[in-house]
Design a protein around this ligand. Sequence first.
Ligand code: ATP
Length: 235
Amino acid sequence: MSSAALEVVDLTSGYGEAMVLRNVALAVPASEILAVVGKNGMGKSTLLKTIMGFLPARTGRICILGEDMTGAAPHRMAAHAVAYCPQDQAIFQDLTVEENLRLGLRSDRHFEREFERVAAPFPFLPKRRRQRAGTLSGGEQKMLLIARALLPRPRLMLVDEISEGLQPSVVLRMAEALRHARHELGVAVLLIEQNVRFALSVADRYAVLARGEIADAGSATAPDTEERIHTHLAV
Ligand SMILES: Nc1ncnc2c1ncn2[C@@H]1O[C@H](COP(=O)(O)OP(=O)(O)OP(=O)(O)O)[C@@H](O)[C@H]1O
């Protein structure tokens, strides 16, 4: 049995007759960050939706923490320590910051302790917990999304284009938060990104998704990585 947080083997999926992902294979070792980069429409969000069980896999296998979870529904994935941060707005605008966070936990019992544990990189959260979430900036709402995902102590977090539309200073804070999740909380992350520099600033490894296939993969910290990735993205 593999000890990877996530292992995807020969994964094919799509919408109706149209296959978007073809024979995708990748792995995220425990407590590491894998960045999957690619241009618009290459299948990045489809990859996360298929892993999370929103879309069925047509072929292949999805293993979480060594267990075959292919075909499992999203709520079973969540119960199996997988957190999902979708690209679309997933924060309840009319609820307070705290109410949004409490949705991340099944019980209220350990809320304060768990909130303190995840809030370290987000000092604004405790200060603004009674504020309506819709009044937070776009970047703050994305940070709230990450904090909520981390509350139930996931072992794997799937993060879809979290840097999109953020100012450079907020992108830096987000990178800090993801490093905290990996190093301090021990969470493995599958990070889907178009922002290559941001992705490489936090990832251990990268993969390039092009037309539904993995076109290249390797260490995120090798000196020529950014150049290699841009060569693939230019095609
Ligand atoms: N619900 C859907 N029904 C049919 N086709 C879809 C659906 N969602 C996405 N697609 C198509 O699947 C392909 C891959 O889309 P996907 O959203 O996975 O790409 P992406 O790499 O995440 O792009 P982006 O960065 O623009 O979100 C695109 O051609 C898209 O039009």
